[in-house]
Design a protein around this ligand. Structure first.
Ligand code: B9F
Length: 125
């Protein structure tokens, strides 16, 4: 069985908060993402996410992925992929990489449409 279940509230190194609702029997889940940062003047609003975590892997530190649709305040989409680690003291952390795709007007702007980065999330009490 997994040592780490993604359900609950997490905060990353930028101060963004993610609330992951119950993980279903097939590993799928949904949740809400509150980003602490935005590269636009538009007010920041919570965004919906949906994703999937491994339940039947060899290890007990499952991999997962989720998609955040920023439609409430922009045309962009971010995907996160990562793994949940549990350290010796039992502290859980989600180590992720993300790709953020911005809507651009044509294929000639494709080169500048994608950003990438890393985020580490820890559980909030
Ligand atoms: O700022 C982004 C945005 C999209 C279109 C206008 C503004 C939306 C929020 C993204 C939040 C990212 C970071 N927060 C976090 O916790 S998701 C990955 C990072 N981790 C300006 C134009 C296109 C992008 C920026 Fe925009």
């Amino acid at each position: 069985p997994c040592k780490c279940i993604l359900s609950g509230q997490w905060q990353n190194d930028l101060g963004s908060q993610v609330h992951i609702f119950d993980v279903e029997a097939d590993g799928s889940f949904s949740g809400e993402y509150r980003t602490a940062v935005s590269a636009t003047q538009a007010p920041i609003q919570p965004a919906l996410l949906c994703g999937s975590q491994q339940l039947h892997g060899e290890g007990q530190q499952p991999t997962f992925g989720f998609t955040v649709n920023w439609k409430s305040f922009s045309d962009s989409t971010t995907v996160f992929v990562g793994q949940c680690f549990v350290d010796k003291s039992g502290e859980e952390s989600l180590h992720t990489m993300w790709l953020l795709r911005e809507e651009v007007n044509s294929g000639k702007d494709d080169w500048k449409a994608t950003r990438t980065g890393c985020n580490v999330f820890t559980r909030i009490a």
